[in-house]
Design a protein around this ligand. Structure first.
Ligand code: PLP
Length: 389
């Protein structure tokens, strides 16, 4: 039996979503075609847009469908940066944090390496919270040179939730657009785009039980972006390419279900998570619960284990049928300390010993029993191997 505790990497495709996807895949037509067959597909696509808009609380015209979270972050960061530098004024600065996902870090670094951008890395404390005083003071002194602020809503590794209202309130004083990667947050904690004051926000389908390769960038009506993909001018000219109605329908259903179940799932998963955290801490004095004083996602439990390598632990748990992760799955196969933990002030040695366990729709008490039963053997093996493996 496999115990899957890696929902933050990807959540299982929900049965109802699979059925919806399969049904719509069989429908002929291009949503941009003028004939009635095309227009039928167009209606399905627009229904999906309406539904995603309801799920994130925005206007339907603000939903730009993309092929996933990475594309959404790239479109927002590059698109805002180029838009803000398309006028006379030069604004090279992008204000962000070292705890961002690589889908955000890499486009910022690309702009730095190829297009004159300068990234301002905000200090982050031991609990994963950005230094708001530094942030505000920095904007006070440098706002004329800032193109955008880019801060994620919730961290995908540690589960730490950012106070986005505070971020936006500070940036708004200086009329600076804010992008937020809400991929780890959406479907797990309440996310309202219209109340957030954000300019752009990324979401991804496969984190909420939808298909991989589907996502959206929510772009406020007052925000202009330079597109990164050019072609037929679909999606308000921001994302060319034939629009994928079946995938949009499946994404919309997954999002709707996740939001409808959010309250009950939050209660259920936080209780399971608390049992897991207490169980792990009771098992080993080497275990430390990450960012335990911060506001965190209800389904995330993140630990560091002194003197153990996260990779060894992952492997030894996997041998016993338990799937966990050492950090972001997008960096799977890349050995090295978690950049998120290093940004939070952990030593490289500490950051090498982390494990993330994330729960979801199908997680049960039996999964918690199974991981707690498997951990002693894994911890023993990992402690003996030390940090050499
Ligand atoms: C916070 C965050 N941002 C971006 C992504 C990338 O999203 P996608 O896999 O849809 O490209 C992920 C996925 O791991 C994520 O967790």
């Amino acid at each position: 039996m496999t115990v899957y505790l890696d929902y933050a990497a990807t959540a299982p495709l929900r049965k109802e979503v699979f059925e919806c996807y399969a049904e719509h895949l069989q429908n002929l037509g291009n949503p941009s075609s003028v004939h009635s067959t095309g227009q039928k597909i167009r209606r399905a696509l627009e229904e999906a847009r309406e539904s995603v808009a309801r799920s994130v609380d925005c206007n339907r015209s603000e939903v730009i469908f993309t092929a996933g979270g990475t594309e959404s972050d790239n479109l927002a960061i590059k698109g805002l940066y180029w838009q803000r530098n398309s006028e006379e004024i030069v604004r090279p600065l992008i204000v962000s944090s070292g705890t961002e996902h690589h889908a955000s870090i890499d486009p910022m670094e690309w702009l730095q390496n190829h297009d004159g951008a300068e990234i301002v890395w905000l200090p982050v404390d031991y609990q994963g919270i950005i230094d708001f005083d530094f942030f505000e003071k920095f904007l006070e002194e440098n706002h004329q040179r800032v193109a955008l602020v880019n801060l994620m809503w919730a961290n995908n590794e540690t589960g730490v939730v950012t106070d986005m209202a505070k971020v936006v309130a500070i940036a708004k004083k200086f009329d600076i657009p804010v992008h937020s990667d809400a991929i780890a947050a959406f479907g797990h904690i309440p996310v309202s785009f219209s109340n957030s004051g954000l300019s752009t926000m990324s979401i991804s389908a496969h984190k909420v039980g939808g298909p991989v390769g589907a996502g959206a960038l929510i772009v406020s009506r007052s925000t202009k972006l330079v597109s990164i993909i050019h072609g037929g001018g679909q999606e308000r000219g921001m994302r060319s390419g034939t629009m994928n109605a079946p995938v949009a329908k499946a994404f919309a259903l997954a999002a709707e279900l996740a939001v409808a179940e959010l309250e009950t799932e939050t209660k259920r998963l936080s209780a399971l998570r608390d049992r897991l955290v207490q169980g792990v801490l009771a098992l080993s004095p080497l275990a430390h619960h990450t960012a335990r004083d911060s506001k965190r996602m209800p389904h995330n439990a993140h630990f560091t284990f002194e003197g153990c390598s996260g990779d060894s632990l992952l492997f030894l748990l996997d041998q016993q049928g338990v799937c966990v992760s050492v950090g972001s799955a997008c960096q799977a196969g890349v050995n090295g300390p978690s950049h998120v933990l290093v940004a939070m002030g952990r030593t490289e040695r500490e950051a090498l010993g982390c494990i993330r366990m994330t729960l979801g729709k199908e997680s049960t008490d039996a999964d918690i029993d199974a991981v707690l039963a498997a951990l002693p053997k894994a911890l023993d093996g990992a402690a003996r191997a030390g940090l050499t493996s």
